[in-house]
Structure formats: structure tokens, C-alpha cells
Design a protein. Sequence first.
Length: 432
Amino acid sequence: MVNRTLRMLLSGTMALSVIGLTACNAGSGSPGGTAETPVAGKKVTLSLWNGFTGPDGELLKSIVDGYNKKNSDKVEIKMDIMPWDQLNQKSPPSIATKTAPSFVMTIGGFATPYIQNGSFQDMSDFFSVTGADKADFTSASLQMGQKDGKQYLLPMQMNGLYLYWNKDLFKAAGLDPEKPPETMEQLAEYAVKLTDPGKNQFGLGSPVKGAPEYFASFLMGNGGDIVDLQAKKSLLHSSANLKTFTWLQDLVVNKKVSPKGATGADTDKLMQSGKLAMYINGPWLAPGLKSNNISFGIALPPKGDAARYTSFGGIGFAIPSSTPADQKKAVYDFIKYWNSTEIGKEWSLKNGFPPYLNSVINDPQVKADPLVSAMANMGDAAQPYLPNLTSAGKITNDILFPAIEALENGQPAAEVTAKASAQIDDALKAEK
């Protein structure tokens, strides 16, 4: 399961891309039968690092075992599963000493420095080499692993951030439990109606740390932005963002719709206990709500003045620079296998994450699953958050979340945005 550690890592920036592999069929077909042996008569052994330490790791293991069985005389993948923070600590020295694994699964936001210093190989030839169907991948998933027109990450899991709402609390407040707020204005109205201090019940979660970048849906939805990616300059101190931060401050400080100063863990527990009515979070929240018998709905975050926005990212495949050509060819084969309709469907339905292959999105069984189908339908609202910035984690966790906390402590919004904007500009000086 994508646990709280991964959730915090994801908030550093979510960015990655898609791709298939050298098996029999293209991405929209079956998972392919066998790999083409890179060197005649020689079996290739691949090492793979990843951070799927929870129940989703068992599902991953079963899929890898299935691939190994199909290709027992040609390719064998040996996985080393470890916590994500440990993986991130081990990766730099292993790449420097050429002891890195054949390939890794990496959180998109942490790939940027490896791409910039040449530690990850260019995989732009993936589709031409494998014949995988590029059209089967959603455009957002393809964009996220790209830099300077080249493909460095080939995704294995994608996600957005979604509005969760408690249907029982909606019904008790006289709201239609099947209809979430469509606009930010409605979100604010509903949050007030759903707040009951006497019951320790809150209308909207607004954590100040240890959470994904939920606030981006508000900022971008209202026409604001955080960074000019081309000029590497902060855009935070703008009239649009000031309006949004003032709106959020009023909801938390004056209307008390959210527990002030709550962490992501606090907010998760509140939602799981049935005391929080609405909360923007990722797919990993759903299992906890189910296990606590919370009747909930899930939808895209509400529209702002300008658009509807959800932060889009995930985990992708990367090949370290030390991986030789014969192993790279075999890695390509597995990535194509992973990005087949059959495997993509299995991962989405069993793991609860949204599909990014069009053939999976349009599959009748996937469409019939209310949770997965709702998460898959992101359309143009899905955009990468602070893509290709090595400073994305610092900007999010060390600048923007403290700014949210300052707002909730009552500091003037204009002062907060001005200070945070200067800090962002300072952080951006490290960008190439």
C-alpha cells in the first residue's frame, strides 16, 4: 500500500511518464508471451529496486513472478523491496559506483536530479524499439517523464488528487449525498453547513504538513500558479493567489471548518473516524475509509474561477546509466508487459489506482468499478505539479506548507505570500 511515507514523498512533486515493452503485443494488447532473448542462448538476470513494502508489494510480486514464469528460460527479475526513503538514500552511491540495479521504480519528483546529471538513461526509443502503442497512453502520463523532448521515466502507476466526501454527513446536513460541490464557492458553503463544533465535526480538511499538495487545486483552479517554469521565478505573490489564500484563511480561522494546525495524519484519522466531511487526497486514502466503514464518494476537486485542477503524478520505471544494452533490452520487454491492458487492468482493480492506458480506462469492468472509474476520469484537469524542479520538495514542504500554517495562525495573507514568494525565488536559484 502507498503509505504515509510515500504520500509525503509524493508531495515533493509528482512527475513521470509512460511506456511499454518488447513483448509480443503493443501496450493495448495482452501482456505478451515471451521476451526476445537479448543474447542467443544466454539468460538475462535483472535486478529491480522499488518501495512497495505494503500489501501492494504482494500484488507487484505476483505480477513479476508471472512474468518470470512466462520467460523462465530467457529473463529473470529479482526484486529488492525497501522503504522509499531508504531507496532514495541508496540510489546515488550505487549509481556513482556502478552497482545500481538494472532498473528502478521511482517517485517522479525524485527523478529530476538523476535526469539532469545523466544518471538515468534516455528511453526515447522505447516505442520504436518495442512497437508499443503510444496512442494507448494518456497524454498527461507521457508528458510527466519527459525533459527537453526526451523520455526518461516510463510509468508503472499514476494518480491524481481527489475530493473525498462523507455521504452520511452530507445527508445529515440536508445535502445530496450523491452530489459533491462543483465549484469552490459551493465547497465553502458546504464546508460551513457540515461543520459542527459541538460534535467535533469539521467540513473541510486543511492540513499544514505531512499531506499531498491539496492547496494546488485551489490556487491553480482560481487562475494562479506557483512557479514560472521557464524563467524559474516565483508566481506566488499574485492577486489571484492572494484571493485564494484569503478565502482559505477565512474558512479555517473565521468559519472554523477545519481543525487549525492539523497534520495530514490528523486529518486522515478524522476522515476515517467519520468526523470530517470533505478532504482532498490521493487514492491511498480509500482503503482506510473502506476498512472503517465510511460511506464516501470521490470526484475531481471543484472548479475555481478559471479551471478545474488536480495534481497528477506517480511512480515510473527508470534505467540507471550503468545498465548494459542487453539488460536494457530485457527491461524494455518487462515495461511493455507491465503496460499491457491485462496487467494494467489487474493493477487498477486490485490496487485501486487509476489507469493511464486508454484501453484500461475504457474496459467495461473498469468502468463498472465506481472508485477506479471516478479516479480515472481526470481529463484536462490533470496536470503535473512543479515538474522537473529539483527544488519541488523544498518548495512544497519547507515553504508552502509553513505558509498555510502561518495563514491558519492568522498572519495577513499578503505578508505570507510575499515572504513565501521570496523564499521560493531563493530555492529556485539551485535550478539549472
